[in-house]
Design a protein around this ligand. Structure first.
Ligand code: PMP
Length: 429
């Protein structure tokens, strides 16, 4: 039955859907559930005391500023801190190149608002970050998918799509969500050259870059783009103006509840984003920005990131070792050098969505892979899943993998019970 409201929704809402992960999050909050589903940081590592002290300082020293309306661009000292941080990763930006956003998720939405006309084609990785698809579906984007392998986006498959015309490319070079893979240096170089040759911008989404557990940091696409464009990347004052919009966030290094991210872009793009953001939320919470700055400054953030690397790196190792021990032959997975996720490919006859029903009975959860394909279930990769290794403690990771292995083995053993009821309240897009 159609309700009167259904007739009133704008056309662009037709492809808007809920996120399976948000839905699963509700479901996995049962106390005895081991969840590999969300991309949640380890809550016991949140620097709660540092936040308490910082909030106190902000309120005592600048309470009236912290509680007042503020500028859209963001808190100047925090932008300066980001500029410094970016320089460390080879990105020579100035404060005018930085816009603070309410999480990177808002940056994705801003980019959609700014760049996407209904029917525009966006080139995305296959699989890709579900939240980007969610943001851009609302702007009626179409997608062309290019697969990833162990070295990230298969850049040799880009040209056909670029020739056919795409509005921009969306790439996650470091410890990709959901794949866990890293784009190799030669592919990074080839990618920025292709972007320049075809005049197609790249959205470089890098929430996990700092969470590196093995090997060296690879240069960002922004850095390689500037090197490739040479003088064309500067406007004579040293301002960056390349082909790439770079996104990152404090969600994985400080706390996702802050909702603080940023965009680094040419000044003219930042100015347009500022206008677009004013229509969304006027500005990101100035209180949050001031507190985050107080927490992050003076080397605290770098020290905290070193702790995260140590703890998450160890959790990754526990998960990989447990998979090696318990998973049956025929199951394959990626070996992430950083980030929060790894990607599992099950034998082709196993449908991960159906497996999830069994897994939930075993009190373990994951996200079925189809959620991360722009083409959804129709793209045929139904035997895949994403596992998160940052949220559960090592013993729980070991136990969760054991339970998951049991569920996989039961399905492989032919005792496949057809799924009748879907997971409650789960909507998939
Ligand atoms: N991009 C990617 C690739 C992500 O994984 C996430 C968070 N899961 C985001 C953007 C959004 O992050 P934020 O919390 O900063 O909005």
């Amino acid at each position: 039955m159609t309700t009167p409201w259904q007739r009133r929704y704008a056309q662009r809402n037709q492809r808007m859907g809920g996120s399976i992960i948000r839905e699963l999050l509700k479901f996995t909050q049962q106390p005895d559930m081991i969840s590999f589903a969300g991309g949640l940081p380890a809550p016991e590592l949140f620097p709660v005391e540092a936040f308490r002290a910082a909030a106190d300082r902000v309120l005592v020293q600048s309470g009236s500023k912290a509680l007042q309306y503020s500028t859209t661009e963001g808190y100047q000292p925090l932008r300066a801190l980001i500029v410094e941080k970016m320089a460390h990763y080879g990105i020579l930006a100035k404060e005018d190149n930085v816009l603070i956003t309410s999480g990177s998720q808002q940056a994705l939405d801003l980019i959609g608002k700014l760049l996407i006309n209904a029917g525009d084609t966006i080139l995305v990785e296959r699989p890709t970050y579900l939240g980007a698809l969610q943001a851009w579906n609302a702007y009626q984007a179409e997608y062309v998918e290019v697969p990833i392998d162990d070295n990230g986006l298969q850049v040799d498959q880009l040209e056909e799509a670029l020739r056919a015309g795409v509005k921009f490319m969306y790439v996650l070079p470091n410890f990709q969500n959901p794949g866990g893979v890293t784009l190799s240096l030669d592919r990074r170089q080839e990618l920025v050259e292709l972007a320049d040759r075809y005049g197609v911008p790249i959205i470089e989404d890098d929430p996990y870059g700092e969470l590196l557990y093995e090997g060296e940091h690879l240069p960002t696409l922004v850095q390689l783009d500037c090197e490739h464009l040479e003088s064309r990347a500067c406007d004579g004052h040293g301002y960056f103006r390349g082909n790439i919009l770079y996104l990152s966030t404090f969600s994985k290094t400080l706390a996702p509840g802050l909702r603080l991210g940023w965009i680094v872009a040419p000044v003219e793009v930042i100015q347009k984003c500022v206008q677009a953001k004013q229509g969304m939320d006027l500005h990101t919470s100035i209180f949050d920005q001031m507190v985050a700055y107080e927490v992050a400054k003076g080397g605290f953030l770098e020290k905290h990131v070193r702790t995260l690397r140590r703890v998450y790196g160890a959790r990754r190792d526990v998960m990989l070792a447990a998979m090696e021990r318990y998973f049956p032959a025929g199951v394959h997975w990626t070996h992430p050098r950083g980030g929060l996720f790894l990607w599992v490919e099950l034998p082709p006859e196993i449908n991960a969505e159906e497996l999830l029903q069994d897994a939930i009975k075993e009190k373990v959860a994951f996200v079925p892979g189809h959620a991360f394909y722009a083409a959804g279930r129709s793209s045929g990769q139904l035997n895949t899943m994403r596992l998160n290794f940052s949220n559960a403690e090592p013993e729980m990771i070991e136990e969760g993998i054991r339970r998951l292995a049991r569920a996989i083995e039961q399905r492989m053993g032919g005792r496949m019970t057809p799924v009748v009821t879907p997971v409650p309240a789960m909507s998939m897009n």
